[in-house]
Design a protein around this ligand. Structure first.
Ligand code: FMN
Length: 184
């Protein structure tokens, strides 16, 4: 199984990127999690850029989505909402309207922030946007609050958060496996 990891932050030292790396470790042996590292190469969405052939970065993004069996988004929130790079990537993932690459995909959403809310507002908006595009967003959630305290080079220092991450990964793998079985 192939899971596409999508970080909503462009920072190299992103806590959310680190969450994706922890999820990748947990998937080892069952699925490969490939982090899409080119979100910043996507042009700002403009309908005039919906060309044939498509922009190369857009083509790589839509191909990565179409090749994925499931999607795992990890993102901070900016000003209580979705980050601009993530919204831009999702807007591209919604086109073309009648064959959107995210449509029908299984998606899990998690997030980390230094605040006490763990990017909850941004995650909620992300879930709504993904559902609007036609994705099936899993109920499992992970809000990593106080990220600089609970997330270090050794991973998540908090037992409860480790359990929630494991549960979210399990939910995504189980749903993805069931869907792959149904397809065969
Ligand atoms: C423009 C901007 C807006 C932000 N707004 C919020 C916010 O609404 N809530 C929050 O918890 N953190 C907010 N933050 C702090 C981010 O959560 C923090 O920078 C986080 O570490 C970013 O995630 P990353 O480590 O994955 O890059 C904001 C940061 C920036 C740069």
């Amino acid at each position: 199984m192939r899971i596409l990891g999508l970080p909503g932050s462009l920072r190299d030292a992103s806590f959310n990127r680190q969450l994706l790396e922890l999820a990748a470790e947990q998937m080892e042996g069952e699925a490969e999690l490939v982090i899409f590292d080119e979100i910043e190469d996507l042009p700002l969405f403009n309908a005039e850029l919906e060309t044939d052939p498509p922009d190369p970065a857009v083509a790589r993004w839509t191909r990565a989505l179409r090749e994925a069996d499931g999607v795992l988004i990890a993102s901070p929130e900016y000003n209580g909402s979705i980050t601009a790079p993530l919204k831009n990537a999702l807007d591209w993932a919604s086109r073309p309207n009648d064959d959107a690459p995210l449509d029908g995909h299984l998606v899990a959403v998690m997030g980390a922030s230094p605040s006490s809310r763990g990017a909850a507002g941004g995650q909620q908006v992300t879930r709504e946007v993904a559902e609007r595009i036609g994705a099936v967003v899993l109920d499992a959630q992970l809000h990593v609050a106080r990220a600089p305290v609970v997330l270090d080079e050794d991973g998540l220092a908090d037992e409860e958060l480790r359990k929630q991450l494991a549960a979210l990964v399990r939910a995504l793998l189980d749903a993805t496996a069931a869907r792959c079985r149904d397809r065969t």
